[in-house]
Design a protein. Structure first.
Length: 122
C-alpha cells in the first residue's frame, strides 16, 4: 500500500480550449492532484528533505496552466501528470483538471478531465 498527498484547488488563469476566443480571452482552471509516494521516512524524521515539497508542485502546475497553448484539456492534464511524475518520490499521480466555466451555450456546469498515470519502470 502506498501513501498519498492530496493537493486540491490549484487555480490559475490559462488559454486552453477549442475555440479561438479561449486562446485570446482565457479563463480559470482548477486542478486537484493525488500523489502516491512513500511517506514513512518523513513521518519519522519530520524533515522536509525526506518528503515532497508540494509548494514546488503547486507552482509548476500553475505555470503550466498559465503558459500552455493547447486545444484539449486532455493534453494539459497529460502534461501536468508527466511533470509531476518527474519528481523522484512520486510513483503515481491522479490529475483532475476542471474548466469551471466552459463556453457552451445553455450549460452552467463544469467539465473535468480525470486521468491516472504511473511512473514507468526503468
Amino acid at each position: 500500500m502506498m501513501d498519498c498527498i492530496h493537493i486540491n484547488q490549484i487555480r490559475a488563469y490559462g488559454y486552453i480550449g477549442a475555440l479561438p476566443e479561449e486562446h485570446v480571452l482565457g479563463q480559470w482552471f482548477e486542478v486537484d492532484l493525488t500523489l502516491w509516494l512513500d511517506l514513512a521516512k518523513p513521518g519519522q524524521s519530520d524533515l522536509l528533505s525526506d518528503t515532497l515539497d508540494y509548494c514546488d508542485v503547486i507552482e509548476e502546475v500553475q505555470t503550466l496552466i498559465k503558459t500552455s497553448q493547447f486545444i484539449l484539456l486532455e493534453k494539459l492534464a497529460a502534461v501536468i501528470a508527466d511533470a509531476v511524475l518527474k519528481y523522484q518520490r512520486v510513483t503515481q499521480v491522479q490529475v483532475k483538471l476542471t474548466k469551471p466555466n466552459a463556453p457552451i451555450p445553455e450549460f452552467d456546469g463544469e467539465i473535468t478531465i480525470d486521468i491516472l498515470r504511473k511512473k514507468h519502470s526503468s
